[in-house]
Design a protein around this ligand. Sequence first.
Ligand SMILES: *Cc1c(COP(=O)(O)O)cnc(C)c1O
Length: 233
Amino acid sequence: MDDLKRKLAECKNARNKLIVSDAVFSMDGDILNLPDFLEAAKEFGALSMVDEAHSTGVCGRTGHGVCELFESAGKPDILMGTLSKALGAEGGFACVNSFIADYLRNHSRAFIFSTSPTPADAAAADAALSVLEAEPERASNVKLRAEFFAKELQRQGVEAKYSGTAIVPIVLGDERLAMSVSEELLNQYIYAPAIRYPTVARGEARLRISVMATHTEAELSRAAALIKKTISG
Ligand SMILES: *Cc1c(COP(=O)(O)O)cnc(C)c1O
């Protein structure tokens, strides 16, 4: 936040300013400090934009994202997200005022001349949103399961922490180790993708595990034990 404010101060006199952030950062699962982010935008007269790719369906009591999590913080000028993660469909959305909507329709290169989502995709996203509305316990379950999984890893002696989201990173450091552990786990039917440089900094290679609301505690305990065993070689 300090760095953001320093940079905003540097371009204090610019006419158009836009600050952009992930709502949930995908490598550690850490959550944007939305109140401070919006406060900085206001202080420096910048537009704000938040990408909810990893928070839709997860953050907030009923999975409505970071604006639900930080209820009193207000909303960014551009709230965008994808339908392809928690919602299991395809495509994306931008929640904006009508002025910005017109601007995007007429200037967004990704939008102009591209095919609209198929009716099946739109229906799938619509159905997923209905599930989210009807079964908000899914959003709390995914966080409870992620917390349980992080604790199970700790119990096994694997360094992991609960981020408040579905993402549980296990930082191994060494890139080759991360790759080989990931491959061995896949052989045991555990999908724990290895993330390496340049996606993360050198020396911070990791397994990035995404927990689902439908994982059982037995599955997560078993996975934690297998992960420990595989890392220890
Ligand atoms: C996944 C993701 C998207 C969008 O993904 P699509 O598959 O193109 O819908 C956008 N932003 C972030 C940060 C993401 O992680």
